[in-house]
Design a protein around this ligand. Structure first.
Ligand code: BTN
Length: 330
């Protein structure tokens, strides 16, 4: 586990103090940390390493402009009692990797303010700046081997859509198999990793990355057009909820949807998924390794596999390394 800068509790305490966006004097911070003002300055410099802009105001003190919307483990845990076991880290390599390292990750949840090695699908990096977005993983156990997991990432996308609808957001779409889109731009993604017996009991780690207040400064690091909830809520004249609220809401939808998926499988979610599917009835390209197949995207079957109409024939594609695109990319 990489806690790096945050091994010190005092640093986390300073962060909490500065999260209100107000100016705090060096004395106040020094007293809290039990260190000198010079050492306070050095400590604050460390915050710049994680991309935080700590402003120093001569004769007054320090502040973080606009404040920070920090996650609070106890607030989130309070919503789930014994149902889920929540861990929030200030910094970690990857929330998925953390759960994959656990002995029994079932019903464990890992959230982090930032990830140093956040992973996306197909070996891509997931840009994970501090305290701006949600990086969340949850562990779940399934009987029946990996075959029953075909539609899982589609169903997880629905949990995100259901959660955001509770806040009044409309216009979200899901792109097979794992993207959450708004106006064709990527708002979030799902990464599912499996441990255990491919034919029996599997432990699944489900990772969700959701852009909440992604700073424009990170745009150049993201390889595709992206969106973020702060822009969507503003566009739809809705108040942006705190990240603690969003995380709790998402976890409660995940808990519901995972329990139902466990007993009923994907077929029960199929119509709901198709109702928010992007590229439906459109001409698309399916990339599988070096092979590209063209056809009309007809939706999904009862297991969640993609159905393509190729010159009148129904061709089925399963998850894994397949990707669906509107353009042909060589
Ligand atoms: C994708 O669209 O490529 C999937 C992105 C998944 C990112 C999330 S962030 C939380 C969890 N931890 C990771 O390292 N990845 C997932």
């Amino acid at each position: 586990m990489n806690l790096g800068l945050f091994e010190s509790n005092a640093l986390s305490e300073v962060l909490k103090l500065l999260s209100d966006g107000q100016v705090h004097s060096g004395e106040e911070l020094g007293m809290l940390l039990g260190i000198s003002r010079a050492a306070v300055w050095k400590t604050l410099k460390k915050l710049e390493l994680i991309g935080l802009d700590v402003v120093s105001i001569k004769g007054k003190g320090y502040c973080i402009k606009g404040g920070l919307d920090l996650l609070d483990e106890s607030k989130i845990q309070a919503q789930f009692h014994d149902l889920l076991n929540i861990n929030v880290f200030a910094q970690i390599d990857s929330t998925n990797s953390y759960l994959l390292r656990q002995n029994k990750p079932e019903r464990k949840v890992c959230l982090a303010e930032s990830q140093t090695a956040g992973r996306g699908r197909r070996g891509r990096a997931w840009v994970s700046p501090f305290a701006q977005n949600l990086y969340l993983s949850i562990g779940w156990g399934f009987e029946g081997g990996i075959a029953v997991l075909e539609g899982l990432s589609l169903t997880i996308g629905l949990a995100v859509v259901r959660c955001l609808r509770r806040y009044g957001v409309c216009g979200l779409q899901l792109k097979w198999p794992n993207d959450i889109l708004y106006k064709d731009k990527k708002l979030g993604g799902v990464l599912i990793e499996v441990n255990g017996d491919p034919a029996g009991y599997c432990v699944v780690v489900i990772g969700i990355g959701l852009n909440v207040s992604m700073g424009d400064g990170y745009a150049s690091r993201i390889e595709q057009p992206w969106s973020s909830l702060n822009k969507i809520f503003a566009e739809q004249n809705l108040p942006l909820p705190r990240r603690n609220q969003l995380a709790s809401c998402l976890l409660s939808e995940l808990n519901l949807i995972l329990s139902r998926y466990h007993t009923d499988g994907f077929s029960t979610f199929k119509n709901e998924w198709v109702s928010v599917a992007s590229y439906l009835n459109q001409f698309v390209y399916i990339h599988k390794g070096n092979h590209v197949q063209q056809g009309v995207f007809c939706g999904v079957d009862d297991s969640g596999a993609l159905v393509l109409d190729v010159d009148g024939d129904r061709v089925i594609f399963h998850g894994g390394e397949v990707s669906l695109r509107r353009e042909h990319v060589s």
